[in-house]
Design a protein around this ligand. Structure first.
Ligand SMILES: Nc1ncnc2c1ncn2[C@@H]1O[C@H](COP(=O)(O)OP(=O)(O)OP(=O)(O)O)[C@@H](O)[C@H]1O
Length: 325
């Protein structure tokens, strides 16, 4: 059974349109002109236990709004969400027990307490028994080195330390599903590495299902086997990064430097440029491997040096978002 099911989900916000100046404010107060913003238009997907899914899209696409509806923070205008078969609208309490939620830009820790005290308090909020709490703390300590910051007041934690604390807090009640909204935002390379390792590890050892919202290409490449891409409140792609690359950029370029000027043709590669002893070939990844191509060209003329160029993931994601060439 799918762990998350989303069916024809829609969220509209009403806002009051206001003209400039005092006159506009007065008018908005007495004769408000309402405007409807459709943040999520009609979204359906289903996620199996143990998946790590990147829920991505440009700013304002509707990602956070979807995550908030999935975690029961917002009520959908129409459509349905089920987490392990339970609707967050009808039974928020039971859904919350199955969910861990981390927003990179906010914290659920208590500013005025030490990190360890924050965990103690959250343990009571989630009603976690002693043994589960200890087991989870041990595991989080191993992966996120929580012991080294456990006595630090939350307000004094660096951003990376705070994120480690937030992730540990989200796992205290052993949730089966984790929603992470930009968990690596603003972090340095070491902290990002630690967070990604954590996500992989809890996914592998506990089978935790992870939905990840991110603008970080490293997160996408290293973690997400499946990408759901949304824009303007609708899904525009649902598949693996490899499939996306294959469809948008099926070519690779092979740059070969011969010892002397050569003109070597190959039936499966097109010559893009020739400058002195250098020839640039373009070939389809699914038709031939680079190794085979190099080998076969090398049989016709001695090769001095090679390099390979792939399409930029950044460009591929941009094309997927907007369909730009
Ligand atoms: N409470 C609200 N009232 C009115 N409009 C809202 C509200 N929350 C979100 N929106 C609008 O809904 C749209 C989707 O916003 P959402 O925060 O879901 O996007 P996002 O994909 O998470 O973007 P980002 O990557 O910038 O965080 C935006 O146009 C936003 O301005």
């Amino acid at each position: 059974m799918a762990v998350i099911e989303v069916e024809h989900l829609v969220k509209q916000f009403q806002s009051v349109k206001k003209e400039k100046g005092l006159k506009g404010s007065v008018k908005a107060l007495f004769k408000p002109e309402r405007r409807t913003i459709t943040a999520v238009k009609d979204i359906s997907f289903s996620i199996e236990p143990g998946e790590i899914v990147g829920y991505i899209g440009p700013n304002g696409a509707g990602k956070s709004t979807t995550v908030k509806m999935m975690s029961g923070i917002l009520t959908p205008t129409s459509g349905e969400v089920r987490i392990n078969g339970i609707s967050p609208v009808k039974d928020r309490k039971r859904v919350v027990q199955q969910l861990g939620v981390v927003f990179g830009q906010r914290t659920q820790l208590y500013w005025d307490l030490r990190l360890g005290e924050s965990f103690e308090l959250l343990r009571r909020v989630y009603d976690v028994d002693d043994r589960t709490f200890r087991e989870n703390m041990d595991m989080m300590n191993e992966i996120l080195d929580i012991d080294s910051i456990i006595d630090t007041p939350v307000r004094q934690l660096s951003l990376g330390q705070r994120m480690r604390g937030d992730l540990a807090a989200a796992m205290l009640h052993s949730p089966r599903v984790l929603f992470l909204d930009e968990p690596t935002i603003g972090l340095d390379v070491d902290a990002k590495h630690a967070i990604r390792k954590f996500i992989r590890q809890i996914n592998q050892t506990r089978g935790t299902t992870v939905i990840l919202t991110t603008h970080d290409l490293g997160d996408i490449q290293e973690l997400c086997k499946r990408l759901i891409i949304i824009n303007h409140g609708v899904i525009i792609e649902d598949g693996s990064l490899d499939e996306l690359v294959e469809r948008i950029a099926p070519y690779r370029e092979l740059i070969i430097d011969f010892y002397t000027e050569q003109h070597v043709e190959h039936p499966r590669a097109q010559i893009v440029r020739q400058e002195g002893a250098r020839t640039v070939y373009r070939f389809l990844k699914r038709e031939i491997t680079a190794a085979k191509l190099i080998d076969e060209i090398g049989q016709q003329a001695a090769i001095k040096d090679i390099s390979l160029e792939e399409a930029d993931i950044d460009d591929i994601i941009r094309v997927a978002y907007h369909g730009e060439a």
